[in-house]
Design a protein around this ligand. Structure first.
Ligand code: ZN
Length: 406
């Protein structure tokens, strides 16, 4: 059994699934092909078909799994030589980006000074391309990896991870370990919070400035609530792995209709990043409690959930962290950061769904998380991510761990 604890094992694994430096051009091409596959309806379905084409290989089994009509997942598998634990590489190909202004065409990525620029190259077309490259290298490996390696490229990730949830629920037979490739700057994110996004509708009564006393001011009530919520004590049991959570942001407020009229309505939207044990029901009840303490009784309050995602509670499985660390050391010459510091602690990723499904998972991906015009990622980091993914798959040898109950 391989002992993934040293540079020598890592080095052998990196050499076993060789990804040479000149694969950089290939990588840039993959990102470009994925980015340019924008469907006229704005959905990501076309990108799944392009992805399937990029994975054509005699030893890669590719399937498009319809989740919503015209919007499939792409699932690709390289069979292992034995019944090793295997590795699930999880990414997503819905790929929104900042509206700009950009200095080039965000839909046609370009390279400058060793960095690849383009819409959603950080989250996460770059990481997805690295996974494609890794899977191709693993398909060429002789002998094959010890266990199956599966690339699950999901549609519609947006907070809820719909594509990954649908795929995991559709069948069994997934690998025992998983890496979600969302951006961590090539650190190993071992735990993160969940999220509950919510809306509060406030209903008052319109009154012209001449009779303002007859109105009920929904705007002022919403503003007071927006200030109170981030300081509100959401009920929770503190989690040592997630010491900065829960945290709350109210990011949107729409209210009123005229400068000289007391606002009869307001809608506020916020987001709570949660620790394990907090649920959409508990968060909404806390928002209601905060509103009851803050909002004048003449203003009506209705609270509802918009989206939610579960946390990745950790702890991360040791064999997976050891394998990624050994691969990372061999590729980068230093240890990766391991842990759950901010900002990663407040991310939402599908690693949470994978873990809930019994797949021991962490997040490890190239680049920082940046939703900005001219977002970019170092091409060298994309190549290194591909090398680490491939080598990790080769290092995960031995028995499958007991699958925990869901
Ligand atoms: Zn993402």
């Amino acid at each position: 059994m391989a002992r993934p604890d040293g540079l020598s094992d890592g080095g052998a694994a990196v050499a076993g699934a060789e990804i040479p430096g000149d694969a950089a051009a290939e990588l840039v091409e993959i990102v470009g092909a994925l980015r340019r596959a924008d469907a006229a309806d704005g959905h990501e379905g076309e990108r799944a078909r392009v992805l399937a084409g990029l994975l054509e290989h005699p030893r890669i089994e590719v399937e498009l799994q319809t989740v919503v009509r015209g919007r499939p997942n792409a699932i690709a598998r390289v069979r292992g030589s034995g019944d090793g634990p295997g590795l699930l590489l999880d990414g997503h190909f819905n790929a929104g980006y900042h509206p700009g202004p950009w200095s080039g065409d965000p839909c046609d990525p370009w390279v400058r000074d060793g960095r690849l620029f383009g819409g959603a190259v950080t989250d996460m077309l770059g990481g997805l391309a690295a996974m494609v490259l890794a899977l191709r290298a693993l398909a060429d490996c002789d002998p094959a990896p010890p266990g199956d390696v599966v690339l699950l490229a999901g549609m519609h990730e947006d907070t809820i991870g719909l594509g990954t949830k649908a795929a995991l629920a559709s069948r069994d037979g997934w690998p025992a370990y998983g890496i979600c490739g969302d951006p961590t700057n090539l650190g190993i994110l071992t735990a993160h919070g969940g999220a509950v996004k919510f809306a509060v509708e406030l209903t008052g009564k319109a009154a012209h400035i001449t009779r303002a006393e007859e109105g009920a001011d929904a705007l002022s009530a919403a503003a007071a609530l927006a200030q109170a919520l981030p300081r509100h004590a959401f009920r929770h049991v503190p989690d040592p792995a997630l010491p900065d959570l829960p945290r709350t942001v109210v990011g949107r407020l729409d209210a009123g209709f005229a400068a000289g009229v007391v606002a009869p309505s307001a809608i506020l939207q916020g987001d709570v990043r949660t620790v394990p044990g907090m649920t959409p029901a508990s968060v909404l009840a806390d928002v209601e409690r905060c509103a009851a303490e803050t909002v004048a009784p003449e203003v009506g309050v209705a609270v509802r959930a918009l989206f939610d995602q579960r946390p990745l509670p950790g702890p991360a499985p040791d064999p997976l962290v050891a394998a990624i660390s050994a691969a990372h050391r061999a590729v980068r010459g230093s240890d990766p950061e391991v842990g759950s510091a901010l900002p990663g602690q407040a991310y939402c990723t599908e690693a949470a769904d994978m873990a809930a499904f019994g797949i021991g998972s962490v997040v490890y991906g190239p680049s920082d998380w940046r939703y900005v015009p001219d977002e970019s990622v170092a091409v060298a980091d994309l190549l290194d991510a591909a090398r680490v993914y491939a080598a990790t798959a080769l290092l995960l040898d031995g028995d499958r761990p007991q699958k925990p109950s869901r």
